[in-house]
Design a protein around this ligand. Structure first.
Ligand SMILES: C[S@@+](CC[C@H](N)C(=O)[O-])C[C@H]1O[C@@H](n2cnc3c(N)ncnc32)[C@H](O)[C@@H]1O
Length: 284
């Protein structure tokens, strides 16, 4: 089987069809939509979201930045008109769908590059596992995944998703804290996925998790994580209305934290909205 060179992760994703925002809509967002969302009184916006039954808002109020709001952003169809509007026009939901595509492709190619079978992928803060299911489907190799998450509900959903996608016999679920997982693994991971979690973790926690995980990885094996920039322009809205406190870091800032945990040789790939970078690092 031909193995693609590690040097060109950008080439791995060059054929992906991403969601973008046109220039006119960008100007409208920056000049009108974002200032209104950011500065219109939050209690009135919350009341309107409650009256229109926004599941996206309800899921964030219950569990800010939790797995369910990801699922609503990923879905092709949504029950509530208000969620259709938020997820179709909003910058973050579009960027999230781009990040899913980008991460799944990168992980699939990293699986393909691993020089032995079966390949083991460890997913930290996995939620129900949409990204790893996409990657397993796209990879050309035999691979299995261990999903780690605090949420039992995410895994109820995740087991149904795995059954639907035909990956149930290749996915294992560990409910628990990512900080404790290293001791519970029965074999080292070849690829570690940390997508959608670093933006909710302090610098100290990112370094602590990186250290624990790199301790059980073989030299040269890969970690995939993402940074988030405030290019979406709606951080004030997310904080005041959704109660979401995301930690924005540049790829270089996050790479510096991962380096303290034992990783290096970083390659960072942006999604076209400029909100997320998906970053590959190697255990030193
Ligand atoms: C934003 S969701 C991302 C889900 C998925 N990775 C994705 O990108 O679609 C973050 C997930 O991380 C989980 N999580 C947060 N902190 C955690 C921790 N310390 N240990 C395990 N899971 C954690 C949450 O329960 C949630 O399911």
């Amino acid at each position: 089987m031909a193995i693609e060179p590690l040097k060109s992760p950008h080439a791995w994703v060059s054929d992906l069809q991403f969601e973008k925002i046109g220039t006119l809509r960008k100007v409208l967002k920056a000049g009108v939509v974002n200032p209104v969302a950011n500065y219109f009184p939050a209690p009135i916006q919350k009341l309107a979201l409650r009256i229109f039954g926004s599941e996206l808002a309800l899921s964030n109020w219950k569990d800010p930045g939790g797995w369910r709001s990801m699922v609503i952003s990923y879905q092709d169809r949504r029950d509530r008109v208000v969620d259709k509007i938020l997820c179709t026009l909003g910058t973050i939901p579009k960027a999230l769908r781009n990040r899913r595509k980008l991460a799944a492709r990168v992980i699939a190619r990293l699986i393909d590059q691993t020089p032995h079978d079966p390949v083991h992928v460890l997913c930290l803060g996995a939620g129900p596992g949409h990204i790893i299911n996409d990657a397993l489907a796209e990879s050309r190799r035999q691979a299995h995944a261990t999903l780690v998450d605090l949420s039992a509900e995410a895994f109820d959903y995740g087991r149904r998703l795995a059954a639907e996608k035909g990956t149930a016999d290749r996915t294992q679920f560990i409910q628990g804290d990512v900080c404790d997982v290293a001791a519970r693994l029965d074999k080292p991971p070849d690829v570690v996925k940390m997508i959608g979690i670093c933006e909710y973790l302090s610098d100290e926690l990112v370094v602590q998790i990186a250290r624990c995980i790199s301790g059980v990885m073989r030299p040269g094996s890969a970690i995939v994580f993402n940074s988030i920039s405030d290019a979406h322009g709606t951080d004030r809205f997310f904080r005041r209305v959704f109660g979401l406190k995301m930690i924005h870091r540049s790829p270089a800032q996050l790479e510096a934290l991962m380096a303290q945990g034992g990783f290096g040789e970083f390659t960072s790939i942006p999604e076209p909205m400029g909100v997320y970078h998906v970053i590959i690092g190697r255990k030193g």
